[in-house]
Each structure stands twice: as C-alpha cells, then as structure tokens.
Design a protein around this ligand. Sequence first.
Ligand code: UDP
Ligand code: MG
Length: 136
Amino acid sequence: MSSLEQTLSIIKPDAVERNLQEEIKKYFIENDFLIKDQKKIHISKNEAEEFYKVHQSKPFYGELCNYLSSGPIVVMILEKENAVLENRKLMGATDPAKAEAGTLRKKYGISIDKNSVHGSDSLDNAKIEIDFFFKS
Ligand code: UDP
Ligand code: MG
C-alpha cells in the first residue's frame, strides 16, 4: 500500500559549507520528491539538543548537537508517495562508508557524523520534526 506522505529533510552543515545544497535539492526533485517548503537557518545548540533529544543518552549526543548548530543548514518538507521510506533509501546508511552506491550519503558524506543529510525515520517523527521547524 502506498500513501502520500511528508517527511523532514535536513541538508547538514558539512554539505551547506561545500555548497552542495542545490545539487542535493536537484537529486530529490529528479527522484520525484516535491519540496513543499524550505528554509536556510542556523540553529542554536539548545535547538539542536531539542531536535536530537531521542539521542540524549548516546555517547555522540554532545558532538552531534555541536555539529548541527555549527553552521547553516537547509530544512525541507519533502512530499512523495511513501516519502519517509523513500527518503531514507535515497539517503543511504548512516555511515557513508556503508551506504549503497547512488545514495546521498555515499556521494557526499564525509564520515558517520558529517553525513550530509538527515531524514525522518517514521511518519510520526516526520510530523514532529516538520512541526519543530515549520510550525509558526
Ligand atoms: N551519529 C554519530 N555517530 C554515530 C551514530 C550517529 O555522529 O555513531 C550522528 C550522525 O550524524 C547521524 C545522527 O547522529 O546522522 C543521528 O543518528 P541516527 O542513528 O538517528 O542516524 P540517521 O537516522 O541519521 O541515519
Ligand atoms: Mg535517525
């Protein structure tokens, strides 16, 4: 079964810093995602901590929050049939070294922490994450 979904995508600081945002957006569009809304922002460490709070018990949490707030990011609402899973497929594995050929993380990721893109991991989290960045 398929259904039209929205998911949250983030182009992370390492990719924005290398001016990859237009190339990454083009890749989403070529893969039939609709970019319903987007903005370039620079979040605070507190906001990063709130966004990634599911990971607060992980050893990499502090570094992860420092990193996400270290420079501008592009946040996007992506729409497609089965957008959550389709985006995860297009992103590839968390560790770029383990990501399949043709995925964004394989193409652009530098390391397991600087892996260029974020994508919601479930429909419930997609709603929460979209609200986090786009609810006024
Ligand atoms: N991360 C990290 N070290 C790790 C695992 C994850 O720095 O060992 C970072 C990485 O940037 C990842 C983010 O934490 O994208 C969130 O981790 P998660 O397991 O949710 O991976 P994702 O859903 O992004 O693939
Ligand atoms: Mg995740």
